[in-house]
Design a protein around this ligand. Structure first.
Ligand SMILES: [Zn+2]
Length: 205
């Protein structure tokens, strides 16, 4: 997958079906809507999440994104009770890739946000959540999975920018946080066609 040509129709068809990545674990979320007409999907937003925070492999993130989380199961959930959110993708600590919303649709991951001179980043971005906690590090399997995912996305969507949630919503959001190794990702993406020209946040170049 790492050598796919950029925006190749054949490669895209092999990888994607109506905005769903064939190789991902598919768990459709009700939390999505249409993208605005004419939206140019050119941004990938990197997030981190774990539920309860700092606990991995609980299945709670998948439950949250599909409105099936038991709000009474943990005290932390009281603070997010009723929250209806989603992301296109979630990468577990083991590097498993889950998908909740078709990339052709608008997922609810960014909130109030601005990047490359445009607001409402949910309109024209793809959101990827890494299982983790702000400030802590991520697993090698997650970087490998993210690289593969970026290559697949590049075969289908004309992404030009990649940024963290903390970059598009500064002061309001801190994920994925200082434990995420942006230079490591940049080196990986720089080594494959389709992603080599993606623009990183200036401070993370
Ligand atoms: Zn986030």
């Amino acid at each position: 997958m790492a050598t796919l040509p950029e925006h190749s129709p054949d490669a895209a068809a092999a990888l994607w079906e109506s905005g769903w990545l064939r190789q991902a674990h598919r768990l459709p979320s009700p939390n999505f809507g249409p993208r605005p007409e004419g939206a140019q999907i050119d941004l990938l937003v990197v997030h981190s999440i774990s539920l309860p925070p700092g606990q991995y492999g609980t299945g709670a993130v998948q439950q949250l994104f599909t409105n099936r989380l038991d709000w009474d199961a943990h005290p932390y959930y009281q603070g997010i009770r009723g929250l209806e959110v989603s992301a296109h993708f979630f990468i577990t600590r083991q590097g498993e890739i889950w998908q909740f919303v078709s990339c052709d649709d608008r997922a609810w991951h960014a909130g109030i946000s601005q990047w490359r001179g445009r607001e409402r980043c949910n309109d024209d971005s793809i959101g990827v959540e890494l299982e983790g906690l702000e400030g802590l590090s991520f697993e090698s399997a997650q970087y490998r999975a993210l690289q593969r995912l970026c290559a697949a996305i590049a075969a289908r969507y004309a992404i030009r920018y990649i940024a963290g949630h903390e970059d598009i919503a500064p002061g309001r959001k801190q994920d994925p946080g200082p434990g995420f190794d942006w230079p490591r990702l940049r080196q990986r993406l720089g080594e494959q066609p389709g992603t080599a020209a993606w623009e990183f946040p200036p401070a993370k170049a």
